[in-house]
Design a protein around this ligand. Structure first.
Ligand code: FES
Length: 127
């Protein structure tokens, strides 16, 4: 977390900073500081919430699956074919499912709300 704050401080003047809201498996919402250009997966992971992101954002593992809040699904750019293909491997995929590594944080996503996948949270905690 200290490393994140250092990076944020260095980037603060050049990049938009805002917030994403992440709902954990207990229903608690975490407001996370977000920096333009970061993947939503990276933001969640760097704030210490359970998020594996095994492939590092290469759209090759689906361990960054999140469920996007209904108010935000229409505001996101559509998933590309490779993201759709990876989402098909997620057991509990939903219409609002996305891979958080494919969501790049911008000013337009300020306030984005996503929920963590309960199946993946257990895996991330065990890792
Ligand atoms: Fe692997 Fe998103 S981190 S698909």
């Amino acid at each position: 977390m200290r490393q994140l704050h250092g990076m944020v401080a260095a980037l603060q003047e050049d990049f938009f900073m805002g917030v994403i809201n992440v709902i954990d498996t207990n229903g608690k919402t975490h407001a996370l500081e977000a920096v333009e250009g970061w993947r939503v997966m990276e933001i969640i992971r760097e704030h210490g919430l359970p998020m594996e992101g095994v492939c590092g954002g290469a759209c090759a593992c689906a361990t960054c699956h999140v469920i996007v809040d209904d108010a935000w699904t229409g505001k996101l750019f559509p998933a590309r074919d490779d993201e759709e293909a990876m989402l098909d491997t997620v057991p509990n995929v939903m219409p609002a499912s996305r891979l958080s590594c494919q969501l790049i944080y911008t000013e337009e996503l300020d306030g984005l709300t996503v929920a963590l996948d309960p199946n993946l949270v257990e895996k991330a905690r065990a890792a």
